[in-house]
Design a protein around this ligand. Structure first.
Ligand code: 5GP
Length: 201
């Protein structure tokens, strides 16, 4: 593969782009971090976002927090592999970093929404798309309420959005596989198994 990046002793030909999506409250971040921890040469793509940093967020680890102007400049210079507006804030993945990591043979993990996932699949059909589902819609609503983070109005908004995302994920060709998160440890194990199988090809 001619990539234009200098090779390192640890480089392999085993690169895979993994997209993980799922509605809010489904346990997506826990599953993503579980996959990242268990697969030795995996790297998590730290997205750029215009949303406000919360106390739980670490700059450069969870996201790169940037202004609207900075984001628009990255869009204008075509530096994103994909980007989307999610709940009124922008989120994007830098193309160059992903290409470099894939050239090194890494498993590159993108935790992104369905619209971003569709853009990635269009540009890189070899990417592997994994969508996390709740055991049922009712259970998802329970989980959103149990987080006790938001007002009932916002919870209902997220729930409606979640149902739209699930319908889209099932109807589109974007996702290669689905994992139901009934039990978090089992969901992580299943996700790892599916990713490893996709990597072998
Ligand atoms: P949160 O703000 O709760 O961390 O993320 C909100 C949503 O944005 C989640 O669905 C998450 O997967 C999605 N997201 C995070 N980073 C990106 C990105 O780089 N691109 C896209 N398209 N979505 C992202």
């Amino acid at each position: 593969m001619e990539t234009g990046y200098p090779r390192l002793p640890t480089d392999t030909e085993n690169g895979l782009l993994l997209i993980i999506s799922g509605p809010s409250g489904v346990g997506k971040t826990t599953i993503t971090r579980g996959v990242e921890r268990s697969i030795g040469d995996s790297v998590f793509s730290v997205s750029y976002t215009t949303r406000a940093k919360t106390e739980a967020d670490i700059e450069g680890v969870d996201y790169h927090f940037i202004s609207d102007d900075e984001f628009d400049e990255l869009v204008e210079n075509d530096l994103f592999l994909e980007w989307a507006d999610v709940f009124g804030k922008k989120y994007g993945t830098r193309r160059k970093w992903v290409a470099e990591q894939l050239a090194r043979g890494r498993l590159v993990i993108l935790e992104i929404d369905v619209l971003g996932a569709q853009q990635v699949k269009n540009r890189m059909p070899e990417a592997f798309g994994l969508f996390i589902l709740p055991p049922s819609e009712e259970e998802l609503l329970n989980r959103l309420r149990n987080r006790k983070r938001e007002s009932e109005e916002l919870i209902q908004k997220r729930f409606a959005e979640a149902k739209r995302e699930i319908a889209f994920a099932k109807e589109s060709d974007v996702y290669d596989t689905f994992v139901i998160n009934e039990d978090i440890e089992r969901a992580i194990a299943e996700a790892i198994e599916k990713v490893e199988a996709a990597r072998v090809g």
